[in-house]
Write a protein that binds this ligand. Sequence first.
Ligand code: FA5
Length: 349
Amino acid sequence: MRDRLEELQSQGLAAIQQAEAEEGLRAIEVRLLGRKGEITSVLKSLGTLPAAERPLLGQLANEVKQGLAEALQARRSDLQALAMAAELEADGFDATLPGDPLPGGGVHPVNQVSRDLEDLFQSMGFQIADGPEVELEELNFDALNIPADHPARESHDTIWITPPDQRGAGKQGVVLRTHTSPVQVRALRRFGAPLRVVAPGRVYRQESLDATHEHTFHQMEGLVVDRGVGVPHMLHAMNTLIEGVMGRKLETRLRPGFFPFVEPGFELDARCPFCKSGCGVCKNSTWIELMPGGLVHPNVLRACDVDPEEFSGYAFGLGLSRIVMLRYGIDDIRWLMSGSLSFLRQFHP
Ligand code: FA5
């Protein structure tokens, strides 16, 4: 039986190597390994052998069976590859020609600056917070100490989802958030004090558009609430932020600013990098309004269940889109959301 098995093995392997087509391989497979195939019948006849011979011959028969099955599979793959190569050659296909390059994507400059700032603030122990772009009137205005009749509401030129005259009794108004400041309230109500967060995001206003005003733009809110927080802490964070994103110090100035949710409030402006004595971007003032901030108003802390006797805090609202303009020397903000590929391609290799 050993001789018979070895003979089947060598004849089988030779036949497999010589097969020129799939049908030929299939016939060999049936003849050797099929239900009535030659190897199968050898395996079936093992039971007639003396018990002492069965294990060795059984092992040999299985090895031969497996070897033939593998050889069949390998030859089948070879034949398929040969058939495909012949087909491609007949089509005039040249596998050595270089392929068409795929257009590569890239990170939008606003997202790039946002990610750089998130990394910077995370390294200083801040969390990244988030909030919805469709926001409740209460969070966009009321909890930030901007009452219903406050002129600041008008100055924000709100885009209403549920306008004030359609609210219905006891119902909340809904807006496209006009700033990232409602995330202050969401974060503080959720996590309590002490807290350090930055919240980058998209905001919306009904604006007259020009080189520095878009209807859809990006801000980054910063909020720190802890014991003994004051203006010097805020100034340090603002300057670290600007230096981090620009890679250098900018000429800045601080002036008083009014926002109902901070007291005292400030405006940080950066010197216009596009001109020396005034241009369309800075509206001839040589300064670009970049980042307001101030100490969190006690009413905001109270609206978030934080005791203003124990905690104080600072907040700032960076005009993210504007700092992108400064970093990359973009002299019109409307490029950022234009979707222009020729503009965007400049930011990726
Ligand atoms: C606010 O939105 C306040 N929430 C900021 C704030 C946060 C103050 C925390 C105090 C404490 P303001 O409306 O000034 O403030 O906008 C903030 C910044 O967003 C501006 O300095 C400017 O850089 C940018 N910005 C404002 N309007 C536009 C616009 N239409 N297009 C592009 N950037 C704008």
